[in-house]
Design a protein around this ligand. Structure first.
Ligand SMILES: Nc1ncnc2c1ncn2[C@@H]1O[C@H](COP(=O)(O)OP(=O)(O)OP(=O)(O)O)[C@@H](O)[C@H]1O
Ligand SMILES: Nc1nc2c(c(=O)[nH]1)N=C(CO)CN2
Length: 181
């Protein structure tokens, strides 16, 4: 079976955000081989402003799943973490977005890859540039470092602050015991 290189963005702004992301990564490690985790970032909400700050991060890895299977698994993990259907850009215990899948360009009704809004989101580009600055966005041909530079004009991204704790790869791979299963 062919393995595919993927990048996912994770976000949480309800409940125990750090725990939600840790459980999500543990669940994801069942369907992908996680190779790198970014730092955690505390970020000001974008889109709908009247909601708590998010914790955001990015992970990379390899998987045998197709893009459609990966989306289905991501939605299942979001539901396991208690996500209720809300509104676009609204609060959630967990959001998983597929950013990149090899050099695939896909535009379907329910799945677009690369993620169509990643280029305008500091909360995605900052952690992605931390673990994969030279990765190419197949849509624009630019590196992630260049996309981040375009977004911030070389300055500091607004509303994206490094969070003092991080999630270690070994914690995720060792099988994390959730505090609030
Ligand atoms: N690359 C992708 N990764 C995840 N979901 C995607 C992707 N492309 C399209 N979607 C679709 O987007 C739908 C809405 O996702 P979601 O509810 O997480 O939106 P949102 O997080 O509020 O907004 P945004 O999509 O801007 O992050 C999903 O059900 C999924 O079908
Ligand atoms: N800071 C921040 N803002 C958001 C986020 C997010 O993960 N972080 N997710 C959204 C919908 O996907 C909408 N707005």
């Amino acid at each position: 079976m062919q393995r595919h290189c993927i990048y996912l963005a994770l976000g949480s702004n309800l409940g125990d955000r750090h725990n939600n992301l840790t459980i999500a990564l543990q669940q994801l490690s069942r369907i992908m081989d996680i190779t790198a985790l970014s730092s955690l970032y505390e970020t000001t909400p974008v889109g709908y402003l009247d909601q708590p700050d998010f914790l955001n991060m990015v992970c990379s890895g390899t998987t045998e799943l197709t893009p459609e299977e990966l989306l289905h698994q991501a939605k299942t993990i979001e539901k396991e973490l208690g996500r209720q259907p809300t509104f676009r850009n609204g609060p959630r215990p967990l959001d998983i977005d597929i950013l990149l899948y090899d050099d695939l360009r896909l535009q379907q009704e329910h799945l677009s890859i690369p993620h169509p809004r990643m280029r305008e989101r500091g909360f995605v580009l900052v952690p992605l540039a931390e673990i994969a600055p030279e990765q190419i966005d197949p849509e624009t041909g630019k590196t992630i470092r260049e996309l981040l530079h375009d977004l911030t004009a070389g300055g500091k991204p607004e509303g994206v602050r490094i969070y003092p704790k991080r999630i270690e790869l070994k914690t995720v791979k060792a099988g994390y015991k959730p505090q609030n299963p």
